[in-house]
Write a protein that binds this ligand. Structure first.
Ligand code: PAF
Length: 284
């Protein structure tokens, strides 16, 4: 496995690899602190492509809270050990200075997909995600890129960007990986104390219960059930729970409003507090 730290080295490696060879390249963009969720993306890429590149870069432009950026876990050595075991071919771990030698002034905006849920609550977040992901696509030129469905809205925004820029790669979305308790895997889980983690399990537990509840209740009743159940638990505070059309991300009023319906949630957990996201499919 090769570990490269500059975009010029990464571009050169991809050019050499492609010279005269018709190889498919899979890219798994990450911010490191890798867990089984990332591992599932890497395994899938290794299976579906000749070459797998994993980027490990804590992208400053997608953080709207400097403390969040500072506290984001950074575990490059352990990440590389795991990626070697998983059969990744290249790790691309550049510095912010290498990726942004000058401020990235590009503005990405894909309303109404990025103006709901996370959009208004994390101003600039999706713009930053598009800035880095578009750069990674340009540097690696992958045939496929793999993203986890935990960040449900992120995938929709990236698909919109790919459409707008007319990029010819496939965006592969992969199912959420959960702990046996049901808690969706996230790099942020490492910031939870054992007690907070036990409390956080209620998020997925309530979402799974809501799937059953929804069979005999309206969208509004299901929404209220989830929010009131979670807010009644000490240490949890729902920021939003929205039941949306899984393609347009716009709220639905009735289960018949769309063929694909997903509930997306963000919850603050614990004293610090840690912001956790999750989602559940109601209809597909
Ligand atoms: O999902 C993430 O970890 C990040 O948003 C991504 C896609 C790697 C861009 O920094």
């Amino acid at each position: 496995m090769n570990i490269l730290t500059t975009q010029s080295d990464m571009r050169a490696a991809m050019a050499a690899l492609r010279a005269g060879a018709n190889l498919t390249v899979g890219l798994v963009p990450t911010m490191g602190a890798l867990h089984e969720g990332h591992a599932s993306l890497v395994r899938r890429s290794v299976k579906e492509n000749d070459v797998t590149v994993v980027s490990v870069f804590v992208n400053p432009t997608q953080f709207n809270d400097p403390t969040d950026l500072k506290n984001y876990p950074r575990t490059l050595e352990a990440d590389c050990r795991l990626l070697e075991e998983l059969g990744a071919d290249y790790v691309f771990a550049p510095t912010p200075e290498d990726i942004y030698p000058e401020p990235d002034t590009r503005v990405f905006s894909f309303p109404p997909i990025d103006t709901v849920m996370e959009g208004p609550r994390r101003p600039g977040h999706f713009n930053g995600v598009c800035q880095i992901v578009s750069k990674l696509f340009d540097i690696v030129a992958p045939d496929r890129a793999y993203f986890g469905e935990k960040d449900f809205q992120q995938i929709a925004v990236i698909r919109a960007m790919v459409r707008h820029l007319r990029l010819s790669l496939e965006i592969v979305s992969c199912p959420i990986v959960r702990e046996p308790s049901g808690l969706a895997l996230s790099s942020r889980n490492t910031l939870l104390s054992p007690d907070e983690k036990a409390t956080a399990v209620n998020i997925s537990k309530t979402l799974f219960a809501a799937q059953d509840f929804a069979k005999a209740h309206t969208v509004a009743e299901t929404h209220d059930y989830v929010v009131s159940t979670l807010n009644a638990i000490e240490g949890l505070e729902v920021e939003y729970f929205e039941i949306v059309d899984g393609t347009t991300l716009q709220s639905v009023r009735s289960w018949d409003d769309a063929p694909y319906v997903v509930g997306c949630i963000t919850v603050y957990c614990g004293a610090k507090p840690i912001r956790l996201i999750d989602n559940i499919c109601f209809k597909k």
